[in-house]
Structure formats: C-alpha cells, structure tokens
Design a protein around this ligand. Sequence first.
Ligand SMILES: C[S+](C)CC[C@H](N)C(=O)O
Ligand SMILES: N[C@@H](CCS)C(=O)O
Ligand SMILES: [Zn+2]
Length: 326
Amino acid sequence: MAGAAVEELVKKAGGCAVIDGGFATQLEALGADINDPLWSAACLITKPHLIKEVHMQYLEAGADVIISSSYQATIPGFLARGLLMEEAEGLLRTSVQLALEARDEFWKSALRKSKPVYNRALVAASVGSYGAYLADGSEYSGSYGDDITVEKLKDFHRRRLQVLASARPDLVAFEAIPNKMEAQALVELLEEEDIQVPSWICFSSVDGKHLCSGESFEDCLQIINASEKVAIVGVNCTPPQFVEGIIRDFKKQTQKAIAVYPNSGEVWDGRAKRWLPVECFGRKSFDVMAKRWQEAGASLIGGCCRTTPSTIRAVSKALKGRTGHY
Ligand SMILES: C[S+](C)CC[C@H](N)C(=O)O
Ligand SMILES: N[C@@H](CCS)C(=O)O
Ligand SMILES: [Zn+2]
C-alpha cells in the first residue's frame, strides 16, 4: 500500500482504523449555521474555534483519522464571497492547520494519561467533488451537464489540491465523488502535480451497485488501480445498508486498502437543502454493521453525514474492543 503512515496506523489500530464521523453534522450540533453556499466551510470564516472543537470531539471518541473542514472550501466559492485570492488560499491552509493543531494537542494530552487507549491520529485534507461546489444536489446525481470535461474538472481542482497538499496533511481525502469523469480527472491531476501526500478516493452511491451517476465501480477501480498516488479507495456518504456488498465487490477488484464511512441512511434533498428521514434503514445499529464491514475487508471505517461522535465512539469500541474511558 502506498502511504506507509496509513499502513502503520491500520496495523497499530488492530487491522482497522477508525475515521471520524459527520463533520458538518457536528458543527451544526454545536450551533453553527451552515445553510450557506460554502456549507460547513463557511465556518472557516465565521467560527474557526468550532471547527477545532469538532475535531477534538471526534478524537476523544476514538477517531484514528480526522478529516479537515475543506469539503466545500473552494477558491471560486471564497472569491464569490468577496475574499481575495490570498485570503482564499489562506483559509484552505487554515482548514488543515486546525486539524493538525487539534491532533497534536489531543495527542499530547493522551500521552499524559496512564492507560493509552488512543493512537496518534492522521489528518486527511478533505476535497469535495465539483458537485459539492455547485451545491445543486449533483454530488448525489453525478450530473454535471453536457459541457463538463476532464480538463475542466482538473482546472477546478488543481489549485485547491496544491494548496491543501502544501499544508502538510498526512492524507488527501477526495470525498463523495459521484462519477467516473471526476475520478479520471483526480487521478490525472495527482500525477500531473506529482502530489506526494498519499490520497484516498471515495465514491458516493445511492443504490449500492453503481456510483451516483449510474456508472460502474469496476471502471473507476481500474482507473484508480493504475495510480500509485492513491493509497485507499472506498465509499462515503452512502446509505449504510449497501456498504457490506460494496466492500465485497471492491475486494474482488482492487488490492488497495478500502475505506468506508457511510451516512446515517437519511437522504439529502439538494433543492430543499435538508435531510429526509428514511424508514428502510432496518434499525441495525451502526457499530454492529461496522463489525461486519471490518470482517468483509474494510481497513478504515467511520461515518459521514448525520453520524456523530457517539456513533464513532461506538464504532471504535466495537472494532477495537477497548474498555478505556472513551
Ligand atoms: C454532503 S451534502 C449534504 C453537502 C451540501 C451540498 N453540497 C450543498 O451545499 O447543498
Ligand atoms: N467530510 C464531510 C463530508 C460531507 S459528505 C463532512 O463530514 O461534513
Ligand atoms: Zn456526507
């Protein structure tokens, strides 16, 4: 696996590392208003202290990997808000710095405790899809219109990726990628820019069989398997009931480590900008499912939207079987 730090962390965590849970979800729970074109990234401007607080809460819950607040932080998004280019780039760096600071402070205090139940966490710099920037629901449809090309997607992602990588995260996390063209663009971009930080690419799915666009996972995995820059593949912000099947499917088609961090099963209404409850979730608890995802072969497991620190605390206990205080 590319990314020795990831390999080491997974080993130390007993074969399966815990990723944090819904970041925007927990920001909202702490009182942030994220009903904004920048979504959770608006807090980089208005409430950076809450961002650090969310990271701390997930670390306390047992997360081995925390994901930065940059999911919907984009240069065009910040410019549209009236910021200057250097301010926009500064906020991208801040998103990684806040996570690194939280990790370092938490680790220092964990080392002082007599019973060490934590691992030193890794920081993944989040990169949301082009659809997340569009904020029109297309991160769950994969429909970017007829004019979109691989080159346009590379141009959209290029500068943000350079800036985030230069802030020295341990990983870059491409999240909720809904179509094959964007996967292709990201793999090409990682090569063109010779990004040295190991990456993960996680897809979103609404049916458990395909990407949100309806395209096959198989085609995307072929593209990703050919890249040495991508250490980990998987799915996020996908209903949890599909995840076990997806892992088994991926296992047949890739040697790369597999990450899964599904949402709660609720569905995002991109027009109304709210989560819709879903009855068919089956009520199996997230930690029980997480154990099955581990058995199916996932190496990194966490939660996405509408999961919280208590979800991650339960997942961490289920996967690591620890009886520590968290
Ligand atoms: C993961 S979705 C809930 C993020 C929000 C969306 N991109 C929007 O801004 O509407
Ligand atoms: N890392 C982001 C992903 C949204 S799909 C979050 O948890 O808010
Ligand atoms: Zn999500």
